[in-house]
Design a protein around this ligand. Structure first.
Ligand code: NDP
Ligand code: BG6
Length: 504
C-alpha cells in the first residue's frame, strides 16, 4: 500500500496540541521507585520525554521507596544513553527512603517539593505516581493528603495522582479505594492508568471508526457476525509469581486491557474526543454488557493453567513450578469467554475474548468477522474454503490492519479464494510511535485525562468479571490445563464450537 501523504492530509481528531506537546514545569514523584515497573517502564519513558525535549529545564524527578538507596544509586536506574543527553534532569534526581505509614516520609517529601518550587521553578505542579503493589496505595494517598500534598504547591499549580493497576481486586474493594481517594482528592486529580490506552494502535481503533465514513455503516449486528479479541503472550509470569497468584488472567488482563479495547471497538460514536464525552460512551458500552447468571458461567467462560511444555530445546516450566507460585495453585493463566452486549447495535452478536500466558505467539488483535453473503450467484464448489470477510485490527506486534475478503482466482474458471489487503504502520508512516508509558506520562503531566480510566469505568469492568472470578474461586472442579506454547485448553475451543464457530 502507498505511504502516508504527509501532514497536509492529516486531521487532528482530539485537538491535543500536536506532536510539539511539552510538559509544564513540575515534579514527578514515583512511589515504589526501587521496583520493576519504575526500572523497566517509567525511567525509559521519562528518558524518552527528556531526549525529545518534552520536559522543561524546570522539571524534577523524585523516587520514594522503603529500600535504602543513595541519590546516586537511584540516578543509575535512569537509562545511560539518554542520561548523557539530559544531564540537568539526572543530576537533580532525588531519592527519599521511607515508610508509607510514617507521616515523616511525607513531611520530608513536602519540604523537598517546596524547595524545588522555590529554587528550581517547578511552579507547584506535582504528579504522584503510585508504582507500588496495591496494598501501599491507601497509606500513600492518606498520608499525602494528611501532609497537604493533595493541594497544589501554588495557586496556579496542580496535584495529580497516577494510580497503577490493579485498581481493587473486585467491585467492592475498588469502591472502597475510590472512597478513600476521594476523601483527599477530587476525581479530576486522579489518573487511573491502563497502558493499553497509550498504544497508538489502540487509539487507532477510534481513528478508524470515527475519522472515516466507510466503516460506520457496517459496524453493527446487521453486518458483523462475531468479534474476537485476543491478548496472547509467550512470556510466563517471570518474577511476578507472588503478585500473579492473587491476580490471575482475569484480573491481570481481562478486567482492564481487554475490556478497554472492547469498549473502544463497540461504543457509540462520541460527540467529541473531550475526556468526558469519550469516557461516557465507554461506560455506556460497559453497562450494556450482560451480567452472567451463575448457572451460565460454565457455558460462557473457560479458564486454564499452563503446564510444562515447549520444544526439547526450549522447554518451559509449568506455572506451578514458577518462582513465588503455590505448587497446588488454582490460579488461571488463561481466560476466555463469550460476552453479549444488550443494545440495539450489538444484540445477538457474540464477542469472544481470550488471553493467556505461555501461548505460542505474542499477538493482540481484534477480529471483526462479517456475515456471509445472503446469496451466492456461484456454486459452493467455486468458493470452497473461502473464509468469511473480516477486518483484523493488529494491535501488536506487526501493528496494522488486515482486510480479508474473497477475490477471483486468476484463470479461465470462476473460482473465489481468500485474499487480504494489508495496512502496516511501519511501512505507511514515517513517524515513530511513542511507548505507551511515555505517551500517558506526558498526558498526565499536561493534565489530559482522556486516555485514563474514570472511576465508573473501573466499577463497571469489575461488575462484568466479578461473578466469573467468584464462580471459579468456589468451584472445586479441576482447572483445565494446557501445555506451555499451546493455544490454551481444549475447553476454549469447545466454547466457540458450541456456537458453530472457531478461534481466528
Ligand atoms: P514491585 O513488586 O517491583 O514493587 C515496587 C516497589 O514497591 C518495590 O521495589 C518495593 O520497594 C515496594 N513494595 C513492595 N511491596 C511493598 C509493600 N507491601 N508495601 C509497600 N511497598 C512495597 O512492583 P512492580 O514495579 O512490578 O509494579 C508496581 C505496580 O505497577 C503494581 O501495582 C503493579 O501491579 C503495576 N504494574 C506493573 C507492571 C510491571 O510490568 N511490573 C505492569 C503493569 C502494572 P521497597 O521495598 O524499596 O519499598
Ligand atoms: C500488564 C500485565 O498489565 O500487561 C502483565 O500485568 C502483562 O502481566 C502486560 O504481561 C502486557 O503488556 P504488553 O504491553 O506487553 O501487552
Amino acid at each position: 500500500m502507498t505511504g502516508d501523504l504527509g501532514p497536509g492530509n492529516e486531521i487532528r481528531i482530539n485537538g491535543d496540541g500536536g506532536d510539539d506537546r511539552k510538559a509544564p514545569p513540575g515534579v514527578v514523584v514515583i512511589f515504589g521507585a526501587s521496583g520493576d515497573l519504575t526500572e523497566r517502564k517509567l525511567m525509559p519513558a521519562l528518558a524518552r520525554l527528556a531526549q525529545y525535549k518534552r520536559l522543561p529545564d524546570e522539571f524534577r524527578l523524585v523516587g520514594v521507596a522503603r529500600s535504602h538507596l543513595s541519590d546516586e544509586e537511584f540516578r543509575r536506574r535512569f537509562p545511560a544513553g539518554p542520561a548523557a543527553e539530559a544531564p540537568g534532569l539526572v543530576e537533580n534526581m532525588r531519592y527519599l527512603s521511607g515508610d508509607y505509614d510514617d507521616p515523616d516520609t511525607f513531611h520530608r517529601l513536602r519540604d523537598l517539593l517546596d524547595s524545588f518550587d522555590r529554587d528550581a521553578g517547578t511552579a507547584g505542579n506535582r504528579l504522584f505516581y503510585l508504582a507500588t503493589p496495591p496494598q501501599a496505595f491507601v497509606p500513600i494517598i492518606e498520608n499525602l493528603a494528611a501532609a497537604g500534598l493533595n493541594e497544589p504547591g501554588s495557586p496556579t499549580g496542580s496535584a495529580r495522582l497516577v494510580i497503577e493497576k490493579p485498581y481493587g481486586h473486585d467491585e467492592a474493594s475498588a469502591r472502597d479505594l475510590d472512597q478513600r481517594i476521594h476523601a483527599g482528592f477530587e476525581e479530576d486529580q486522579v489518573f487511573r492508568i491502563d497502558h493499553y490506552l497509550g498504544k497508538d494502535t489502540v487509539q487507532n481503533v477510534m481513528a478508524l471508526r470515527f475519522a472515516n465514513t466507510i466503516f460506520q455503516p457496517i459496524w453493527n449486528r446487521t453486518w458483523i457476525d462475531q468479534v474476537q479479541i485476543t491478548v496472547a503472550e509467550t512470556l510466563g509470569v517471570g518474577t511476578r509469581g507472588g503478585f500473579y497468584e492473587h491476580a490471575g488472567a482475569m484480573r491481570d488482563i481481562v478486567q482492564n486491557h481487554v475490556l478497554q479495547v472492547l469498549a473502544l471497538a463497540l461504543m457509540e460514536p462520541p460527540a467529541s474526543f473531550a475526556p468526558e464525552a469519550l469516557r461516557n460512551e465507554k461506560v455506556k458500552l460497559l453497562q450494556s454488557i450482560r451480567h452472567p447468571a451463575d448457572g451460565d458461567i460454565d457455558r460462557i467462560a473457560v479458564r486454564g493453567q499452563y503446564t510444562r511444555g515447549g520444544t526439547s530445546g526450549d522447554l518451559m516450566p509449568g506455572y506451578r513450578d514458577e518462582q513465588g507460585v503455590d505448587p497446588l495453585s488454582r490460579t488461571e493463566t488463561y481466560a476466555a469467554m463469550r460476552l453479549d452486549v444488550d443494545n440495539w447495535r450489538w444484540a445477538g452478536v457474540p464477542f469472544y475474548v481470550r488471553t493467556g500466558k505461555r501461548l505460542p505467539r505474542r499477538v493482540t488483535e481484534v477480529v471483526l468477522q462479517f456475515t456471509r453473503p445472503p446469496h451466492l450467484p456461484i456454486s459452493a464448489a467455486q468458493v470452497t474454503g473461502l473464509q468469511p470477510d473480516a477486518l483484523i485490527l493488529r494491535i501488536q506486534p506487526d501493528e496494522g490492519i488486515t482486510l480479508r475478503f474473497g477475490a477471483k482466482v486468476p484463470g479461465h474458471s470462476f473460482r473465489v479464494r481468500t485474499a487480504t489487503m494489508e495496512f502496516s504502520y511501519e511501512s505507511t508512516f514515517r513517524e515513530e510511535s511513542p511507548e505507551a508509558y511515555e505517551r500517558l506520562l506526558l498526558d498526565a503531566l499536561i493534565g489530559d485525562p482522556t486516555l485514563f480510566i474514570r472511576s465508573d469505568e473501573v466499577l463497571q469492568s469489575w461488575r462484568i468479571v466479578d461473578p466469573i472470578i467468584e464462580h471459579w474461586a468456589n468451584s472445586t472442579g479441576r482447572i483445565p490445563l494446557y501445555e506451555a506454547a499451546s493455544w490454551g485448553p481444549d475447553e476454549a475451543d469447545q466454547l466457540l464450537a458450541r456456537d458453530g464457530r472457531a478461534w481466528h
